[in-house]
Every structure is written in structure tokens, then in C-alpha cells.
Design a protein around this ligand. Structure first.
Ligand SMILES: C[S@@+](CC[C@H](N)C(=O)[O-])C[C@H]1O[C@@H](n2cnc3c(N)ncnc32)[C@H](O)[C@@H]1O
Length: 235
């Protein structure tokens, strides 16, 4: 578990677990690593504060690319999911999306085809102490759960799961597909047919700002594209 966040005088941030902390700006002895401003053995200041759940989630072991937090925010707000929402998520990947959904109280079951990624997501979710059902299964072969409120598909060909989504989702329930390319969006929409109502297609752009004395402006670099989000509801 990450215990502390340590930030040096240049603003470099480290996730600290245990032992002495070594950096360009000197060493902090384990016994001295307490919240506040701490001096290294060569007299340089470090800012230290306690780590929280989000720091441990941010630093989970990565398998395949994870769903981005800005997109997960939209999934949560558009679907209104929360305590008691029954969710199926596939593929688990590193367990990132499942973790955010479980954290806000969703009852998540996640499907992962690849045994290696199944293991990674299982360990990540267990380390975060989140209760998530994890299945090493191909979602294209079926979904065991019925009367589900929300199904999230972050995988290559979500249209191949549509017949299973249809029998699993309750009326009004959301299907959300996380798709990097617009050709995938086109193929999905073509396959939605009359059983689903296309609710919304979106892309989320986040622009971070710097506020440092008179330097008050958007940052030079921003993340250009992660995914398109397709929201559909079962009729
Ligand atoms: C981009 S990753 C998902 C990342 C995940 N949303 C996260 O936030 O960590 C896609 C995952 O889907 C899995 N996958 C692909 N096809 C699948 C299928 N038919 N059933 C279950 N999992 C599948 C892949 O093995 C991969 O781990």
C-alpha cells in the first residue's frame, strides 16, 4: 500500500510505501517521513502528506490500456450509477473502471478473457479491498447475470455481445461502450437495431491549467484522444 505522497522542490511527486526515501535532493529517513514539510539529509525541503484510496488506485499494476478517469466521470454521471447499481463490466483489463464503479457502491461483476489480465485485475481489486466478482470468461459467449442496470464494454467488438446484453439488461438499463475509433462507433450503432435506443455519443476533453503568479494559462500539453463513449438504453 502507498502510505505517503512526497513532493520535492521541483514539484516531482513520489508515491511512498516504506523504507528510506532517496532522491536527487537527498535522503529522507523512514522515521522522519511524516506529514508536513520535511528536510532531507542535505537540507532540502519536501512536502509530505498521507496517501488515500485514489493514490493506490492511480498506481495499480497495468495490463492493457485502462479506461481514462475523465471518461469514467461521464459514465458515472450520465448513467447515474451508484450504491446498489448492478453492473457488468468487460473486459476487466487492469480493473480500473471496475474499481471506480465499485468504489461508489456499484455491485460489479467483471468479465475478462485473457488469463494474465484476469490475474492482474483480480490482484488490483483485492489490494484495493473492493468487492467485485471477477470472471475469467469471454463475454461474447454469454452473460450469466440477469436484470442488470448497467453494462460497460471496453473491448474491440462490442456488437458481438449485443444479443447477450439484450437478455441481461433490464428495460431502461444502460449499455456503455468505450471505443477508441470512430469506425468502431459506426459498426456498433449499425448493430444496435430496434431493441436499443441510442442515448448519446460523446468524447471528453480535459484541459488542465497552470496558476503560478502571473503565469495563468492552460498547460502546453493535453491528452488529445482516449475514446468515444456510446450510451444506449434497452427499450
Ligand atoms: C482496454 S482493456 C479494458 C480496460 C479496463 N476497462 C480498465 O479500465 O482497466 C480491454 C480488455 O478486454 C479484454 N477482452 C477482449 N475481448 C473480450 C471478451 N470477449 N470477453 C472478455 N474480455 C475481453 C481484453 O483481454 C482486455 O483485457
Amino acid at each position: 500500500m502507498i502510505k505517503k505522497i512526497i513532493i520535492d522542490r521541483k514539484g516531482n511527486l513520489s508515491y511512498y510505501k516504506k523504507g528510506d526515501f532517496h532522491s536527487l535532493f537527498g535522503t529522507l529517513k523512514e522515521a522522519d517521513i511524516k506529514s508536513g514539510v520535511v528536510k532531507s539529509n542535505i537540507g532540502k525541503d519536501f512536502t509530505v502528506f498521507d496517501a488515500d484510496f485514489i493514490d493506490n488506485l492511480t498506481k495499480i499494476k497495468r495490463g492493457p490500456a485502462t479506461s481514462h478517469y475523465k471518461d469514467i466521470g461521464l459514465i458515472i454521471t450520465i448513467t447515474g450509477c451508484g450504491v446498489g447499481t448492478k453492473v457488468i463490466d468487460a473486459g476487466s483489463g487492469s480493473g480500473n473502471l471496475s474499481a471506480y464503479l465499485a468504489r461508489i457502491g456499484c455491485e460489479v461483476t467483471t468479465y475478462e478473457l485473457n488469463p494474465e489480465f484476469y490475474q492482474i485485475s483480480k490482484e488490483n481489486l483485492e489490494n484495493l479491498k473492493l468487492k467485485v466478482g471477477i470472471k475469467n470468461k469471454d463475454i461474447y459467449n454469454g452473460i450469466d447475470e440477469k436484470n442488470v442496470d448497467l453494462i460497460t464494454l471496453d473491448l474491440l467488438e462490442p456488437w458481438r455481445a449485443l444479443s447477450h446484453v439484450l437478455s441481461s439488461l433490464k428495460s431502461g438499463g444502460f449499455l456503455v461502450c468505450y471505443l477508441p475509433t470512430i469506425t468502431q462507433v459506426m459498426e456498433l450503432v449499425k448493430n444496435l437495431d430496434n431493441n436499443f435506443y441510442l442515448w448519446k455519443i460523446s468524447e471528453v476533453l480535459e484541459r488542465e491549467w497552470t496558476v503560478d503568479n502571473l503565469k495563468v494559462r492552460p498547460n502546453n500539453h493535453m491528452l488529445g484522444h482516449t475514446a468515444f463513449l456510446v450510451f444506449a438504453r434497452k427499450i
